[in-house]
Design a protein around this ligand. Structure first.
Ligand SMILES: [Zn+2]
Length: 221
């Protein structure tokens, strides 16, 4: 019984072959066209000409993508609820949240910068992590939620606009200057944001795009 369940579960979790004719994958470096077929767990397909990895089936890909995107969403909530950093300068003490910083920038005459922070560090990461969870978690049970194809497209579109790490690096550089005039303490929001950066990277790297779309196509049928 146990073995049967385990076998069914593994079959459900393995990369299925979508119906239809032969599929092809082009090498990003040398443009060689290859026949693309589903891989065993842990295997990678390499270009026959230059050896570049074309696509791969990562171990426990759906579980990793779901778990990391869920963790990213939880950390995202914490990053917005708790102060990002606290500044002490003479008699002035100020705590700042991420959204508070964006609103302050808009109020102080740099709306473009404030809106960019909202778009690139709040909206794009939310679309990416939320979309990944929405698509990959039901796929673990061979299911697909309504609108998954549209959401997956938005998820891939938001990927280059997710600039959590760029923002974090910018904050660290500006803090080097700020630390000369005020005492700066990192809040829970900052550490949650740093954790969010790692979880986002692991979620995106958790599952190959080729595998995700094959699984979605099979689940739809
Ligand atoms: Zn190549």
């Amino acid at each position: 019984m146990k073995a049967g369940f385990s076998k069914t579960w593994r079959a459900l979790l393995s990369w299925p072959k979508p119906p239809g004719g032969t599929r092809y994958a082009a090498c990003h470096f040398c443009d060689t066209l290859h026949e693309a077929s589903p891989l065993e767990e842990g295997a990678a397909a390499r270009c026959t000409r230059c050896g570049t990895v074309l696509y791969q089936n990562r171990v426990a890909s759906l579980t990793r993508a779901s778990a990391c995107s869920l963790a990213a969403l939880i950390l995202m909530a914490l990053a917005h609820v708790f102060p990002f950093l606290t500044m002490d300068a003479a008699t002035l003490r100020k705590s700042l949240t991420l959204l508070g910083a964006a609103v302050a920038l808009i109020d102080e005459g740099t709306p473009l910068l404030g809106i960019s922070i909202v778009l690139f560090t709040i909206v794009a990461p939310f679309v990416l992590a939320g979309g990944m969870l929405y698509v990959s978690l039901p796929l673990m049970f061979g299911r697909l939620l309504p609108g998954s194809f549209t959401i997956a497209k938005w998820m891939h579109l938001s990927e280059p606009w997710n600039m959590v790490e760029v923002f974090l690096l910018g904050v660290l550089v500006s803090l080097l200057k700020l630390a000369q005039v005020a005492d700066v303490t990192f809040g829970i929001g900052f550490w949650a944001f740093a954790g969010l950066m790692l979880c986002m990277a692991f979620a995106v790297a958790g599952i190959d795009r080729e595998e995700l779309w094959d699984r979605m196509e099979v689940a739809r049928r």
